[in-house]
Write a protein that binds this ligand. Structure first.
Ligand SMILES: Cc1ncc(COP(=O)(O)O)c(C=O)c1O
Length: 391
């Protein structure tokens, strides 16, 4: 059977080119024809250390030979190690491990609702942001503010009130006796890399304190050094009550986490769980990834490559008459003057560069956090060639 005739045995969940990827090393992906691509998508900001880093393959092979899953009914050393590392390096005291960002966010929603039932007379409503993205389970789709999702899979899970990002007075106006929490991405990734302003985030903390609400940061995309600092909240100088992590924490394997302050941790046995949650195989990878990110020089490397890429994109934008460069660290976006992002991403792929059009008029770049200086230069050169062809 040819490769293309067997594509149909997979459900259609996204538009995909007829390309089968077979190998990855660092910033490079290779398809089944042997064509190589410089990968500035990295599994949608997932492969924080690039493709197939030796720290991950070693963690997987040694852990797989030792213990894969004793069940969540027992403690395991790797989950404890990762929880200790996360709590020692953040403002949180407790961790629940999940398998995807959406599942971690479901956990955050459940934790907030449980806290509301215990401490806020049954308040359950969560204020979330227009254009926000929290995942594809029914509750996280309901929490998300993607305009074209409004009609999908009705009826949605109730209890989410949407307000515009960066409009503090709109958040205040949306608060009622039913409100238990405010939940947002510190940088809206899927919306096209739209940062929440520091003053907005600080204002949300004040509002949460004033009205006794929980502040929940979804750092699934922006956390784990994607913006340089280990977590995005550290850049705003405030502490959320709950934070979720995904993507980069597993460096490519299914691992996510829900972190919370002690005072918020009100789950009781039976409230939360899952067969694979906190299994040692994934947790061993999480430890290896986080230990790597905590090594001296890692933060500086992300900042330097981020500045190099952002400066290069700004020059390219000026030279080719494009739009603004948004973002921070190695989560960057280039606004386009027209809604031709998909065509630009396709032309880039033909030249051997993988970038993503987060919106029709926005290109998003999220390379491995250990991308090299030469690879960033090559990306900029290839992008310039794409625009030379397309304009
Ligand atoms: C901010 C944010 N939250 C949640 C998710 C969902 O994560 P997952 O696809 O692992 O369920 C994503 C995925 O892109 C995301 O960017």
């Amino acid at each position: 059977m040819s490769e293309s005739s067997s594509f149909d045995s997979l459900m259609t969940i996204t538009k995909r080119p007829p390309i089968v990827m077979v190998e990855g090393q660092g910033s490079w992906l290779t398809d089944s024809t042997g064509k190589r691509y410089l990968d500035f998508i990295q599994g949608w900001a997932v492969n924080s250390l690039g493709h197939a880093p030796s720290v991950i393959s070693q963690a997987i092979s040694s852990q797989a030979a030792r213990l894969i899953s004793p069940s969540p009914a027992f403690y395991n050393q790797q989950a404890i190690c990762l929880a200790v590392l996360l709590t020692a390096n953040s403002c949180f005291e407790r961790v629940f491990f999940a398998n995807s960002g959406a599942e971690a966010n479901e956990g955050a929603i459940k934790l907030a609702r449980k806290w509301g039932s215990l401490h806020k007379a049954g308040a359950y409503e969560i204020i979330t942001m227009v254009n926000g993205f929290h995942g594809r389970t029914l509750a996280t789709m309901s929490a998300s503010g993607k305009p074209h999702w409004q009609e999908l899979f009705e009826p949605k899970v109730p209890g989410f009130v949407k307000v515009a990002l960066n409009e503090l007075e709109a958040v205040r106006a949306a608060i009622s006796e039913r409100t238990v929490a405010i939940m947002l991405e510190p940088v809206q990734g899927e919306a096209g890399v739209i940062p929440a302003s520091q003053s907005f985030l600080q204002g949300l903390r004040q509002l949460a304190d004033e009205y006794k609400l929980l502040l929940i940061f979804d750092e699934v995309q922006a956390g784990m050094r994607r913006l340089g600092t280990l977590f995005a909240y550290q850049q705003a100088g405030i502490e959320p009550d709950i934070m979720t992590l995904g993507k980069g924490i597993g460096g490519g394997v299914p691992l996510a986490a829900l972190l919370a302050k002690e005072a918020v941790c009100c789950f009781e046995p039976g409230d939360q769980g899952g067969t694979y949650n906190g299994n040692p195989l994934m947790a061993a990878v999480g430890c290896a990834v986080l230990e790597t990110m905590l090594q001296p020089g890692f933060l500086e490397q992300v900042r330097e490559r981020g500045a190099q890429l952002a400066n290069g994109l700004r020059k390219l934008s000026t030279r080719r008459g494009l739009g603004e460069v948004r973002g921070n660290g190695l989560l960057l976006a280039l606004a386009l003057p027209a809604a031709n992002g998909d065509a630009i991403a396709e032309a880039a792929r033909d030249l051997g560069l993988l970038i993503n059009a987060a919106r029709p008029d926005t290109l998003r770049l999220m390379p491995a956090l250990n991308v090299s200086e030469d690879e960033v230069e090559l990306c900029l050169t290839l992008l310039d060639q794409v625009f030379a062809q397309s304009l």
